[in-house]
Design a protein around this ligand. Sequence first.
Ligand code: IPM
Ligand code: MG
Length: 343
Amino acid sequence: MATTYSICVIPGDGIGPEVTGCAQRVLDALQDSVGGPAFAFEQHPAGLTAYNDIGQALPAATLDAAKSADAVLVGAMDVAALPPGVPEPLTGLRTQLEVHASVRPSRTMPGVPAPSGDIDTLVVREVTEGVYSGIEYQAGPDAACAVRLVTRQASTRTARIAFQHAIERRGKVTAVHKVGALKLTDSLFLEAVEHVARGFPQVEYETRNVDACALEMIRAPEDFDVILATNTFGDILSDVAAGLAGGLGLAASGCVGERWAYFEPVHGSAPDIAGKGIANPMATVLSAAMMLRHLGERASADAVEAAVTAVLVAGSPRTGDLGGSADSQEVTDAIIQALSTPV
Ligand code: IPM
Ligand code: MG
């Protein structure tokens, strides 16, 4: 009998439910098309809709379900619309699942114009602390503070993931910082990273200031392989990398910890197009492929990635972000069709 994986789906807000629905359709098609595994999906609330409906942005029952599933697939959460004082649910999920690093590949895809030459990078971003640690306070009527928390433990764990990926890739890690302005926090970060780097002598290691790094990524994307960054810098640079590879519609990510793992598109909840059925489902489908790889289902992961590539090579159908006029379901249909049509 084929394996059945339990997947906790957190559709979230905005286009989240639409794109996770498309990814579930692709996963469900794997068994018949390529003899892949089966899936038992369970949907759980989190985000703005959950907060409005039940008063909690990250309900305890959702966390329990995420911890007991084989893997977690997240859509998107409208964290910007949550009122101040409500703990940010994505960071909460990441912290509770003890995942320190979000791994975000960006690669020039066939038939998708790259604005600045070919790119093939992996941003490894610390996702539980830094400026987004949630420690904020009002410092008088006209000032507010956010604390940038950097710990040796989270920096070390994230660095290890970056170097482990680098040996499987082109063997280079660029650590991003602004140590001139952030003397204590970024010295600690770089010290932790250098310690890890010494254990990987086969990997070329360099450091760059975040501003110079953003500029160089745009000027010479081919110079970069793995880009290792603290939370906010990695948030920004992973969008830069996604833009250089053709846009957020294709940008997938996964957060893998020692016990738990979850996967999500890099894009947000896009409230402006929510409910219209026109969001590009490819980023979530590619995140589901990363999830398959994590589950050890390599053949199915390869099949999903090849199917997305085949649809891109064909030139249509495409959603609006890639210059087409198809809706999310048409693109999903084409991906499923391509699964059964090996190239
Ligand atoms: C991302 C997103 C989120 C983040 C937001 C929505 C909290 O921008 O995954 O990159 O910064 O982690
Ligand atoms: Mg982001």
